[in-house]
Design a protein around this ligand. Structure first.
Ligand code: SF4
Length: 247
């Protein structure tokens, strides 16, 4: 005769809607959760912005979450080895060593790296700023430092702040020139455009033109109406020629 323990636990399946935290495209996620564990991730087809699109990073968030190598607890480096410690112990180390380092070597002796997805987490964005101001160091690094800082520096000079970055209004664009980018692979970093490739194809379908200047025949170049395979290192000459031709 069956007992309470023999009975298979009732399956609790629910759907949750979230926003992918991995880049500024902010794609809508539809999560299937069975007994507290995510069992499926797909694009939220009713999301007014991403309309069901997900790139491979978004669809594999579960693998990232479950990765046994993911850092889940604070680490303190002792004798060259990172050791897991409790949060209390980690804060104790910070309280003991951070002021001492600043006193002895100055604020520029401290560097901060803000990784992803903290760069797209509202709570982290709110408190990171206070922490960075309190630290007073200019040595701030992030994924942006690797892939988009020239554009942000230019925006700072032109518009007064590095976070005012102009992006193309793809859904209303009729002629797009892509210089040294491959949005079919990157989804158009910094453009805040879920399904960038789909938006390009929609532009072409309504009669628009895609021009790609790139020495390499990238996936985006293959899709272009006009591919300009300029020689590496000649971007400046190419742009100067455009300015001269337009005068
Ligand atoms: S493009 Fe990819 S990484 Fe960026 S928000 Fe969408 S699914 Fe996430």
């Amino acid at each position: 005769m069956g007992t309470e323990h023999d009975t298979a636990p009732a399956t609790d399946i629910r759907t949750a809607f979230r926003t992918c935290p991995l880049c500024e495209a902010g794609c809508g996620l539809e999560l299937t959760i069975s007994n507290g564990a995510v069992t499926r991730i797909r694009g939220d087809r009713d999301d007014v912005f991403s309309k069901g699109f997900l790139c491979p990073k978004g669809s594999t968030l579960k693998q990232l979450h479950d990765d046994p190598d993911r850092v889940r607890r604070p680490l303190v480096k002792r004798n060259g080895v990172h050791e897991e410690v409790s949060w209390d112990e980690a804060w104790q180390v910070v309280a003991e060593r951070l002021p001492a380092i600043i006193d002895q070597h100055g604020r520029e002796a401290v560097a901060v790296y803000l990784g992803n997805p903290s760069a797209h987490s509202l709570s982290a964005m709110l408190y990171n700023r206070s922490m960075l101001q309190a630290l007073g160091t200019k040595r701030r690094f992030s994924a942006s430092t690797v892939d988009q800082m020239p554009r942000q520096v230019a925006a700072g000079y032109v518009f007064g702040t590095p976070v005012t970055v102009p992006v193309p209004d793809l859904d209303r664009t009729e002629y797009l020139v892509v210089l040294g980018a491959n949005p079919y692979a990157s989804n158009g970093s910094l453009c805040t455009a879920p399904d960038f490739p789909g938006r390009l194809e929609a532009m072409q379908a309504r009669g628009g033109t895609l021009v790609v200047a790139d020495p390499r025949r990238s996936r985006t170049a293959e899709q272009a109406d006009l591919w300009l395979p300029i020689r590496p290192g000649t971007d400046g000459l190419f742009l100067a020629a455009m300015v001269t031709a337009g005068r």
